[in-house]
Design a protein around this ligand. Structure first.
Ligand code: SF4
Length: 65
Protein backbone atom coordinates (compact mmCIF):
# COMPACT_ATOMS: atom_id res chain seq x y z
CA UNK A 1 0.00 0.00 0.00
CA UNK A 2 1.37 3.38 -0.96
CA UNK A 3 1.43 5.96 1.79
CA UNK A 4 1.69 9.70 1.52
CA UNK A 5 2.62 12.46 3.90
CA UNK A 6 0.83 15.79 3.71
CA UNK A 7 2.24 19.04 4.97
CA UNK A 8 1.12 22.64 4.78
CA UNK A 9 3.45 25.58 4.58
CA UNK A 10 1.82 27.93 7.06
CA UNK A 11 3.89 30.84 5.84
CA UNK A 12 2.38 30.50 2.39
CA UNK A 13 -1.23 29.67 3.37
CA UNK A 14 -3.62 32.61 3.03
CA UNK A 15 -6.55 30.80 4.63
CA UNK A 16 -8.73 30.91 1.52
CA UNK A 17 -10.50 27.67 2.44
CA UNK A 18 -10.30 26.03 -0.99
CA UNK A 19 -8.62 22.91 0.39
CA UNK A 20 -11.22 22.48 3.13
CA UNK A 21 -14.03 22.90 0.61
CA UNK A 22 -12.71 19.97 -1.42
CA UNK A 23 -11.42 17.60 1.26
CA UNK A 24 -12.61 16.99 4.80
CA UNK A 25 -8.99 16.33 5.69
CA UNK A 26 -8.36 20.07 5.91
CA UNK A 27 -9.80 22.62 8.29
CA UNK A 28 -9.23 26.33 8.74
CA UNK A 29 -8.10 27.34 12.20
CA UNK A 30 -7.15 30.92 13.05
CA UNK A 31 -6.97 31.82 9.37
CA UNK A 32 -4.65 28.96 8.43
CA UNK A 33 -5.29 25.54 7.00
CA UNK A 34 -4.56 22.56 9.16
CA UNK A 35 -4.35 18.97 7.99
CA UNK A 36 -6.21 16.49 10.19
CA UNK A 37 -4.56 13.27 9.00
CA UNK A 38 -1.03 13.99 7.87
CA UNK A 39 -0.49 10.43 6.66
CA UNK A 40 -2.86 8.98 4.10
CA UNK A 41 -3.07 5.96 1.81
CA UNK A 42 -4.13 5.47 -1.81
CA UNK A 43 -7.82 5.67 -1.16
CA UNK A 44 -7.60 9.20 0.21
CA UNK A 45 -5.06 10.43 -2.29
CA UNK A 46 -7.43 11.73 -4.97
CA UNK A 47 -9.28 14.31 -2.87
CA UNK A 48 -6.22 15.42 -0.97
CA UNK A 49 -4.34 15.84 -4.23
CA UNK A 50 -7.22 17.81 -5.67
CA UNK A 51 -7.04 20.11 -2.65
CA UNK A 52 -3.31 20.55 -3.17
CA UNK A 53 -3.80 21.38 -6.84
CA UNK A 54 -6.49 23.92 -6.03
CA UNK A 55 -4.38 25.79 -3.51
CA UNK A 56 -3.66 29.18 -5.09
CA UNK A 57 -0.31 29.54 -3.33
CA UNK A 58 0.79 25.88 -3.58
CA UNK A 59 1.09 25.59 0.18
CA UNK A 60 0.12 21.91 0.35
CA UNK A 61 2.79 19.33 -0.25
CA UNK A 62 2.08 15.64 -0.71
CA UNK A 63 4.97 13.22 -0.81
CA UNK A 64 5.24 9.48 -0.99
CA UNK A 65 6.68 7.85 2.13
S1 SF4 B 1 -6.11 26.20 -0.35
FE1 SF4 B 1 -4.00 26.74 0.24
S2 SF4 B 1 -4.07 28.91 0.80
FE2 SF4 B 1 -6.17 28.15 0.80
S3 SF4 B 1 -6.55 27.55 2.93
FE3 SF4 B 1 -5.86 25.72 1.83
S4 SF4 B 1 -3.63 25.63 2.17
FE4 SF4 B 1 -4.32 27.71 2.68
Amino acid sequence: MVKYKISIDENKCIGCGACAAVSKNFEILDGKSRVKKSQITDKDFKLNNEAANLCPVRAIKIEKI
